[in-house]
Design a protein around this ligand. Structure first.
Ligand code: UDP
Length: 465
C-alpha cells in the first residue's frame, strides 16, 4: 500500500534518547513516510544538538521537534540513571504535553504518538490529548516475553527467579544468558525499574504495540506477548536499500547523519571478505584489561579491521582506551573510528565478520545483512541476544572468557580464524545469508512486516481514540 506522501496523516515518533533507540525508530519512520505518513521525530535538546553537530542538515524525510529531559546543557559528571529517568518523565511529560498543544493549535495535530516502550508516560500524555498511542519495542520478542512472564517476581532490587529458565520456543536459559536486570537486579535497580516494571505498567492500554522483529525470526515466540498486547512485528528496522535496491534514493542517508568518516573509502581498498568489523555499540565502556586483549589479539591475527572505539561521557572516564603503541603497530591493517555508518560497513563486500556486543539493533543488522558474528555481550539484553545468535540462529560464535571474565588475546585470534575461514565460517555465513533472505521477504511488498505496517498505517488513519 502506498499513499501520496504526507497525505496519510501525521504521527509523532518519540525514542528514548540514546542511539540504540533513536536508530530503529528513525528507520521505522522512514518506512512510514514511504507509506505516505508525515512523521515528526521528537528528540531531546541534547540529541538535537548532537545530531546537528554531526550534520547541519536534518534528515529530509521527516520533521524534527524537541522535548526536554531537564538536562539541556548536558549530563552531569555524577550522572545517576534514576535521577535522569525521573527528570525525563517529569520534564518530558510537560514538554510533550506543550508540544501536542502547540501542534493542535497550528492545525497539525498528530493522529498517533509512537513512543519508545521505555517511556510509558508518553501514552498517558497522548491519551490525555485524545491521540492514539503505539508502544515501540526496541528489544527482542524473547526479551519482552521474559519480562512479561517474570515481572511479578521482581521487587525493588530483588528477584526470586530460579534458573535455568525454560520457555517454549527458547533455548534453556542459564543465569548467564538472562538480561542482567534479571540475573543481577541488585546491580541495576534503576534499569530494572525502567525496563521491566515501568515499561509494562500501562502497556495493556496502548492502542498498538510494535516490535522491531519479524515473523520468521521470532513469530513462534511472539504468541505469548500477542495474547497480552495488540502486537505487530514491523522489523527488521533496516532500510531495504541494504537488503536490495528497493528504495534506491535513500542510499547514503545514514552516512550523512554522522560525521564524515572515510571508513567506506578505506574498506573499498580491502579485498573481498578480508576485514573484521568490531563494534560494541553506543554505550559500552570496555575496561582497560579487555581493551588491551582485543587490541593485541587483533594485531596478532594479522587481519584487516575497522574498530569503533566510542568517546564516552565524563562519568565513564578510563574506559575504551587503546593500549600504547597499538595504533602505530596496526596502522597498515586497521582503522579505528569513533563512529561509522554501521549499515553501510556491514553491507560492504570487504567485511567478513562482525565482532559485536549483540545490542538488539546490531544483532538484527548483522543477521539481516548476512554477516557472521563473534558475539561478545557485556550486559543488559545483549547476553540473551548472544545466546540466540550462537545457539538458535547459528550465525555466530562465543569467545570464552577467563576466570576474571576477560577474553584473552589468543582467544580473540582463535575466534577470528574460525569466524573468517574454514567450515565454521562457511556454515555461519550460509545461515546468516538465509536469515538475510527471510528479513528481506518480511519487508518486501506483501511480506509479514510490510503487511503489519500497512495495517498499522490504515488503522491509525481511520481510527480515533
Ligand atoms: N551504530 C552506528 N555506528 C557505529 C556504532 C553503532 O551506526 O559506529 C549504530 C548501529 O548500527 C545500531 C546502533 O548504533 O543501530 C547501536 O544499537 P545497538 O542496539 O546495537 O547497541 P546499543 O548502542 O544500544 O548498546
Amino acid at each position: 500500500m502506498e499513499v501520496e506522501k504526507g497525505r496519510g496523516g501525521h504521527v509523532l515518533v518519540l525514542p528514548y534518547p540514546t542511539q540504540g533507540h533513536i536508530n530503529p525508530m528513525l528507520q521505522f519512520s522512514r518506512r512510514l513516510t514511504h507509506k505516505g505518513l508525515r512523521v515528526t521525530l521528537v528528540i531531546t535538546i541534547q540529541n538535537l544538538q548532537e545530531m546537528r553537530a554531526s550534520n547541519p542538515s536534518d534528515p529530509a524525510f521527516l520533521d524534527i521537534e524537541h522535548i526536554s529531559d531537564g538536562f539541556d546543557d548536558g549530563l552531569p559528571v555524577d550522572f545517576k540513571l534514576d535521577t535522569y529517568v525521573d527528570s525525563l518523565k517529569r520534564v518530558g511529560s510537560q514538554t510533550l504535553d506543550s508540544l501536542l498543544t502547540r501542534l493542535g493549535a497550528e492545525g497539525v495535530r498528530p493522529l498517533c504518538v509512537i513512543y519508545d516502550s521505555f517511556l510509558p508516560w508518553a501514552l498517558d500524555v497522548a491519551h490525555a490529548h485524545g491521540i492514539l498511542g503505539a508502544a515501540f519495542h526496541t528489544q527482542s520478542i524473547a526479551i519482552n516475553t521474559l519480562y512479561l512472564l517474570h515481572h511479578d517476581k521482581f521487587s525493588d532490587k530483588k528477584t526470586d527467579i530460579t534458573t535455568p529458565i525454560s520457555v517454549p520456543g527458547m533455548p534453556i536459559l542459564e543465569s548467564s544468558d538472562l538480561p542482567s536486570y534479571m540475573s543481577e537486579p541488585e546491580l541495576y535497580p534503576a534499569y530494572l525499574k525502567m525496563v521491566v516494571l515501568d515499561q509494562l505498567s500501562n502497556m495493556d492500554q496502548a492502542d498498538f504495540v510494535l516490535a522491531n522483529s519479524f515473523d520468521s525470526l521470532e513469530g513462534e515466540l511472539s504468541r505469548e506477548l500477542a495474547k497480552a498486547f495488540p502486537l505487530k512485528m514491523i522489523g527488521p528496522a533496516v532500510p531495504s536499500v541494504y537488503l536490495d535496491n528497493m528504495i534506491a534514493d535513500d542510499k547514503g542517508s545514514d552516512a550523512d547523519l554522522y560525521k564524515a568518516v572515510n571508513c567506506l573509502g578505506w574498506l573499498d581498498e580491502r579485498p573481498v571478505r578480508s576485514t573484521v568489523y568490531v563494534s560494541f555499540g553506543s554505550l559500552v565502556g570496555m575496561p582497560k584489561e579487555q581493551m588491551e586483549e582485543i587490541a593485541w589479539g587483533l594485531h596478532a591475527s594479522k587481519r584487516f579491521f575497522v574498530w569503533v572505539v566510542r568517546t564516552l561521557p565524563r562519568h565513564l572516564e578510563g574506559r575504551n582506551l587503546l593500549p600504547k603503541g597499538f595504533s602505530e603497530a596496526t596502522k597498515d591493517r586497521g582503522l579505528v573510528v569513533s563512529w561509522c555508518p554501521q549499515l553501510e560497513v556491514l553491507s560492504h563486500r570487504a567485511v567478513a565478520c562482525f565482532w559485536t556486543h549483540c545490542g538488539w539493533n546490531s544483532t538484527l543488522e548483522g543477521l539481516s545483512l548476512g554477516v557472521p558474528m563473534v558475539a561478545m555481550p557485556q550486559w543488559t539484553d545483549q547476553l540473551t541476544n548472544a545466546k540466540f545468535v550462537s545457539d538458535v540462529w547459528r550465525v555466530g560464535m562465543r569467545p570464552k572468557a577467563d576466570n576474571r571474565g576477560i577474553v584473552g588475546r589468543e582467544e580473540v585470534e582463535r575466534c577470528l580464524r574460525e569466524a573468517m575461514e574454514g567450515e565454521t565460517a562457511a556454515e555461519m555465513r550460509r545461515n546468516a545469508e538465509r536469515w538475510s533472505e527471510l528479513a528481506k521477504e518480511a519487508l518486501d511488498e506483501g511480506g509479514s512486516s510490510d503487511r503489519n505496517i500497512n495495517e498499522f498505517v490504515a488503522t491509525v488513519c481511520f481510527r480515533q481514540v
